[in-house]
Design a binder for this molecule. Sequence first.
Ligand code: AIR
Length: 204
Amino acid sequence: MSETAKQTLRERLEAEADADIDPVVTPDVGIVMGSSSDLPVMRAAHRALEEVGFFEQSTIDDPPAEDRHTYETFIISAHRTPELMMTYGKTAARRGLSLIIAGAGGKSADLPTMLASVAFPLPVIGVPVDEAAVQSVIGNPTGAPIVAVDAGKAYNAGLAAAQIIGGADPEIHQRLSEFHAAQAATVAAESMQLHEEGVDLSEP
Ligand code: AIR
């Protein structure tokens, strides 16, 4: 990210925070990740949110229709853009966010844990993008909590965010219920089929 782009983004975040905008028209969930290379894993969080009724919102000038829950996405690196991480975390609550999903990979995946401290009191759901990142994502000290999913489980981070934020919203609640019912039905159907047809031992 160029110096100018970084500065512009920080100024934009600060301006939005200072504008005291009604949180009804701002995104509820911020999805951030350390690198564009995290997108193939992190997209699952977007998919889960969309599945249960959330929409992407790319600008506060284009607010959602009434009662819509939305999310936004940014790439923020704890090591390549530490000032941007600080600005995003510090302005998150004043920009109207209710929760952050933060993903990073590798052995120094510090974005989720650092954001959990900087964005206090907003909850942060950490996503270790790969196995190497698990320890650094879940390892916050006592008093600085982070909630986290297992390596690569960005889909669960999206579902958890929907349960936390949209659970009281009748439409999101309904979509979550339908999701759970469909999931259970799939497992039950597979179970019945396996039981009745028996296990194919020629398969690996
Ligand atoms: N990362 C980016 N900035 C700080 C960290 N820890 C992480 C990204 C990504 C990994 O480093 O979250 O998972 C590799 O990033 P890249 O850009 O080299 O592919």
